[in-house]
Design a protein around this ligand. Structure first.
Ligand code: ASP
Length: 342
């Protein structure tokens, strides 16, 4: 998998090939179906979702398939290959939501490979929405999910060993284009590789129905039991089939504070384009504490009922992937600050 820095270099080279229509802008109406995903891994995730969407499948199945795909991929930030918490334990967060406002969610689940499917199982077979920790794991096992070994992946082990040298608790989300020895660039991220990268995707199927899913191992080296925005409906994901859907990545605590994706969808309900809605939500974070906002990253990605999409981030570096009948591309999101030292 490409790391973020390499990806940005490649996407810069590819930029002249993008047509004007390919720019992330307001009014980029697409024909259904369409899927949009956070980050550069979103390209592969979209391809998985597309296998279902292109056969007139349900958006719910498509977003689950996309999330499952990336849960299988060893990376820093998603699935059992992700970086652990500060006790060396990988805990995963995920959620899913369909066109009827049905939703399911798991927080801090351990040793289960596909938390997004556990979330769907909760949604479809229980009267509840969210299960966490041991209870979520027990539910998963009772429902046929296999308990995987506790071992860390090789990259996670290496990153954790590095972190242990100082064991400094700095619950931070790195800013994509920031490099060097500044306060927000721990040594093991000097290559530009990220310490977070939640996968969030939202889709419209051929019938016009919207769904979304999110999956993550959350913030690297967090306190054991910490749950971010990703599995929280209205924070990491919100779908309203009449209006649109949104997902987020970045410092979860900041997203939770403003009920981020719910806010984005509400702005779209009041007539804003997806990009403008994401920008307004980001402004809420920035206006609360401008100095603090300069030290963190949050990105929102939204899709409205018409198939228009858009994103906005606190910092430069957030990208998203789009796949529809007419388009397949990675788009850099607009942003407020370009504070990176590249
Ligand atoms: N939003 C995630 C969290 O706070 C982190 C990320 O986007 O990677 O857990």
């Amino acid at each position: 998998m490409l790391n973020r820095r390499k990806f940005l270099q490649l996407s810069t080279l590819a930029a002249p090939l993008l047509s004007l229509k390919n720019m992330a802008s307001n009014g980029n109406a697409q024909t259904k179906p369409i899927v949009v995903s956070t980050w550069n891994n979103g390209k592969e995730v979209n391809a998985e979702a597309w296998k279902i969407l292109s056969k007139n499948g349900r958006s719910l199945d498509a977003v689950e398939a996309g999330a499952r795909y990336v849960e299988d991929t060893i990376d820093c930030c998603i699935g059992l290959g992700g970086y652990p918490d500060r006790d060396g334990i990988v805990t995963l967060d995920a959620c899913i939501m369909d066109e009827h406002a049905n939703c399911g969610s798991v927080g801090a689940i351990e040793q289960i490979k596909h938390p997004v499917s556990v979330a769907r199982k909760i949604m479809e077979t229980t009267p509840h929405i969210m299960l966490v920790g041991d209870g979520a794991q027990q539910f998963a096992i009772e429902n046929g999910f296999k308990k995987e070994p506790k071992e860390l992946s090789a990259p996670a082990k290496e990153a954790y060993q590095n972190w242990l040298k100082k064991s400094e608790y700095k619950p931070e989300i790195n800013i994509e284009n920031k490099k060097g020895n500044g306060p927000f660039a721990p040594p093991f991220f000097d290559d530009g590789s990220p310490n977070h990268d939640t996968m969030g995707l939202v889709a419209i199927d051929a019938s016009g129905n919207m769904s979304g899913a999110v999956t993550t191992s959350g913030m690297a080296f967090k306190i054991h039991g910490r749950v971010g925005d990703s599995p929280i409906i209205g924070a990491g994901l919100f779908v309203d089939n009449e209006v649109g859907a949104a997902t987020s990545s970045g410092l979860g605590e900041e997203v939770i504070r403003i009920c981020g994706t719910h806010v984005v969808v509400e702005y779209m309900r009041h007539g804003l384009s997806p990009e403008a809605a994401c920008k307004k939500a980001i402004e809420r974070i920035i206006n609360r504490d401008m100095q603090r906002a300069k030290t963190l990253q949050v990105g929102f990605l939204a899709l409205n009922k018409k198939g228009e999409y858009g994103a906005y981030a606190v910092q430069k570096g957030f990208v998203f992937a789009v796949k529809s009948n007419g388009e397949e591309k990675i788009v850099p999101a607009k942003y407020f600050f370009d504070l990176g030292v590249t």
